[in-house]
Design a binder for this molecule. Sequence first.
Ligand SMILES: C[S@@+](CC[C@H](N)C(=O)[O-])C[C@H]1O[C@@H](n2cnc3c(N)ncnc32)[C@H](O)[C@@H]1O
Length: 272
Amino acid sequence: MDRSNIQHKYNHFLRNALFKYKFCKRDIFLKIYKRVPKQRDATFSYCIDFLINRPNIQIAELGTSRSFVDGKIKEGVCINDTIYWKPESPDKWDWSAGLFSRYFSEVLKSRGKNDFKITSIDICEKAIAISKKINENFIDHIEYKTCTSEEYIRNQPRKSLDLLYLDTGDMNEKTAQLHKREAELLIKYQIIKDDGIILIDDVRNPSMILNHKEQSKYGKSKYSIPLLFNNGYTIIIDEYQMILKKKINYHKALEKVKKKDKKRFGKLKQIN
Ligand SMILES: C[S@@+](CC[C@H](N)C(=O)[O-])C[C@H]1O[C@@H](n2cnc3c(N)ncnc32)[C@H](O)[C@@H]1O
């Protein structure tokens, strides 16, 4: 695929961001998962390639960017003071959190896309203000909503999203419960297009296992992924993040073809 320079540059930051943390060293990944899963650069790029030829792309991000600087920089983390925002120094940005809206808006634009909209949702006003600053040059493509992820899902039109990014909360049981409720609502309200995808962050983040003695290897997605899997979704990418898409219901698809054939046959009969 034709990646732009900016995509290469940001991929480099994403590829290395998490290994700098104590709980995300390569040997820890190997010990827990028996492999070092590909990082966000791989799954973000997969999503960009998936989106690039689609018209009028609709994306939603649950949980927006909340810090001007990366957690490993001691000063300024999650503080809404623009003194900490260094637009010319991307090496200082919060790549450990992903910077989804910045990555997707800038990379899609750099690859010639203009017909896309990202809706970024957060419960916290401060996070929204920080994210707006980070994305100030791409604001035409981003709509912000201050509400809970659950409210957003309930009010979104059916089958309207090409890509939904699940990234609310932190690495703990409370967030696992929140993701469970989000998954239940996604199943009920069906806001993703039949050929759309769900991207889930931090599935294979070792900190749930190391800090909270969690048994499941799916971390904060331990309830949501099985729920989605048992209700019409299948896993297509299984790395640090996971990507899910709707299973094709062959029985339903066959019924549709049969119906169409019946209509055609009916018409032919009339002509004869
Ligand atoms: C890890 S950050 C998101 C990082 C961001 N997606 C990025 O790529 O940089 C998680 C965010 O989820 C938000 N959050 C937590 N609970 C939420 C809820 N119930 N509804 C909406 N947002 C929530 C937090 O305020 C926080 O800003």
